[in-house]
Design a protein around this ligand. Structure first.
Ligand code: VAH
Length: 319
């Protein structure tokens, strides 16, 4: 079988950094082309091909797809929820035009399979908040959520109309130690670890009881590759599959952090991101993903926290 040649667009982002390295470990360094507007992490730049790309430049995108004989595209370039509320028009342009560029090139036969991330941000204040099902009221109240809802419908339309093989997950908030998050509402759950190690205290921009769906990055990366590797006949949902992992509040994660950092303190100073978080579910029902392609999360809050501290301390030379 011909080797898959993979392009990861957004390789400098929180997910892209880890996804490139995982894909290179599975498919071979030279078979995974990292692309972004700006240089990626050192390990990404040094382990395989990198191309500078503005994903809004469709001509350049096609040129690189042909140059590297790309068969699969992971499109991770996007503006996340908090930043999107401050730059709504560019957020819509970036999040939608990037998707149309990739979908159109797939329709024209230049790409065989597309991964495009949706988010639990598709849900809004009228959605049932606990154990939110795959099919329910979807009225997002954020620019980011509106772009994800629209993107889901376009992915499904291109699949039905042109047979474009789109795969998508509704990511919860993602937490990892290798790369910094950027412009999200769930970023506090990464910052808290760094601040605990640096200052043993953290001022949280969400209120203490704001429970949100979250996931440790290794689980999210594995889910992403598993859905892309699943046989097409197992993919029954071409918009975005609900993806569940852990549900916790700032108070919950602060208690777990304090077990690793004696004397750790947290204060709460909710900002504009509180309103975004309040519009999202607290927990997710991902039974469709489990049923259709065998999804199974591995990390709970304790295991995630232990692995985060172990790697952050190792990374900073503290152990
Ligand atoms: C954000 N991390 O905060 C993203 C994610 C569910 C949240 O989509 O915008």
């Amino acid at each position: 079988m011909a080797t898959d040649k993979i392009m990861v667009i957004g390789s400098s982002g929180q997910i892209g950094t880890e996804l490139v390295m995982e894909l290179r470990a599975s498919f071979g360094n030279d078979n995974v082309v990292a692309c972004d507007l700006k240089s990626s992490a050192q390990e990404v730049m040094e382990s395989g091909p990198f191309e500078t790309l503005d994903v809004l430049d469709k001509t350049k995108l096609l040129e690189l797809i042909k140059k590297h004989h790309i068969t699969q595209v992971y499109l991770l370039a996007a503006m996340l929820s908090a930043t999107a509320e401050q730059h709504p028009m560019f957020a819509w342009k970036l999040n939608m035009e990037s998707l149309f560029n990739v979908l159109e090139l797939a329709k024209e036969g230049h790409i065989k399979k597309i991964y495009w991330p949706s988010s639990i941000a598709v849900f809004g204040p009228t959605t049932p908040r606990q154990n939110t099902p795959q099919y329910t009221i979807i009225e997002p109240s954020t620019v980011y959520g509106i772009s994800k809802q629209a993107g889901e419908r376009w992915c499904e339309w291109y699949f039905k109309k042109y047979g474009v093989d789109t795969r998508s997950l509704r990511y919860p908030g993602l937490i990892g130690w290798k790369s910094a998050p950027g412009g999200g509402t769930t970023d506090y759950a990464v910052h808290i670890f760094h601040e605990a190690l640096k200052k043993n205290t953290y001022e949280c921009f969400l209120s203490e009881n704001t429970a949100l769906p979250m996931m440790y990055m290794p689980d999210a990366i594995r889910a992403t590759i598993e859905i892309m590797d699943a046989p097409a006949e197992k993919i029954k949902i071409r918009g975005g599959y609900n993806l569940g992992g852990i549900s916790f509040s700032p108070k919950d994660i602060a208690a777990v952090v304090a077990q690793n950092c004696p004397g750790f303190t947290i204060t709460y100073k909710p900002d504009f991101r509180q309103q975004i978080a309040d519009s999202w579910p607290a927990s997710i029902d991902d039974s469709e993903a489990k049923k259709d392609w065998g999804w199974k999360p591995q990390f709970d809050l304790i295991a995630m926290s232990e692995d985060m501290f172990l790697n952050l301390k190792k990374n900073s030379g503290k152990i």
